[in-house]
Write a protein that binds this ligand. Structure first.
Ligand code: SAM
Length: 244
């Protein structure tokens, strides 16, 4: 199967500047975050737990986390972190590249009960060079060095799909499931929970934005021959723990 991952037309910083990512905060987008927040809320019962949100964007996950969660969001976009601090003044955020930040955590021997990678896999880049980071390396590092022994890694993979045989929900969902399961297998992680959720009605909200994301096709006669076309969004959530 051909590569179903989109080429990004703008840098992350430009996306934050022009409001491209405001749809993360839309109520219709809640299924992107709730499978993770509900799982963690249940598994840690009434107890407090620490959570590291890598590539936190505008911090939308915070909306769905219980108050007892000790949250830390990291993103290399300074604009994103400025927005986070305005939206969620009671939570902690750091503007830094994730590789640098993770190695500093190891130096300080700081670990977390949960690490979340939401919308980060396939899109993690070096800000200066735009060079892609190795997803398996990130997963492996988090499992081995950042998670507590009884910790959980949540991988949230949002994706767009359209009404075309090679871009329909089933094809894209299956391709992503295979890709992420393979990465977790290489990293010797144990998958404890999987969920796929559709974001019904998000298309309406996207139409109202200043900037329309390039995955959004408002016309059903659109040309689906390019690599990343689709009108609807869905999200895969994978929750894994270290296998030992
Ligand atoms: C698609 S957004 C997802 C935002 C958020 N996790 C969510 O799902 O609402 C990806 C985010 O990862 C950040 N990012 C990408 N590569 C990064 C890196 N190497 N270090 C830190 N942040 C990174 C981007 O700036 C962007 O905010």
């Amino acid at each position: 199967m051909t590569n179903l991952i989109p080429e990004r037309k703008t840098s992350e910083e430009e996306r934050f500047e022009d409001d491209y990512y405001s749809y993360f905060q839309a109520p219709e987008n809640f299924t992107r975050y709730t499978p993770t927040s509900s799982f963690l809320d249940k598994i840690f019962e009434e107890k407090p737990f620490s959570l590291l949100d890598l590539g936190c964007g505008n911090g939308a996950l915070c909306k769905y986390l219980p108050v007892r969660c000790d949250y830390l969001g990291v993103d290399h976009s300074e604009l994103a972190i400025e927005e986070c601090l305005k939206l969620y003044p009671n939570r902690n955020f750091v503007a830094k590249d994730l590789s640098l930040f993770l190695s500093q955590l190891v130096e300080k021997k700081q670990k977390f009960d949960a690490v979340v990678l939401a919308g980060l896999l396939f899109h993690s880049v070096d800000k200066e060079t735009e060079e892609k980071k190795d997803d398996v390396e990130i997963i492996q590092f988090c499992l081995d060095k950042i998670l507590n022994d009884k910790g959980y890694l949540a991988i949230v993979v949002p994706f767009a799909y359209g009404n075309h045989p090679s871009h329909n929900l089933f094809v894209r969902a299956k391709w992503l499931q295979n890709s992420v399961e393979k990465m977790l297998e290489i990293s010797k992680a144990k998958i404890v929970h999987e969920n796929i959720s559709l974001q019904i009605g998000l298309d309406e909200r996207v139409r109202q934005q200043k900037v329309i994301p390039d995955w959004f096709i408002s016309d059903s006669n659109a040309d689906y021959s390019s690599a990343f076309d689709g009108t609807y969004m869905a999200t895969w959530t994978f929750i894994a723990c270290p296998s030992t």
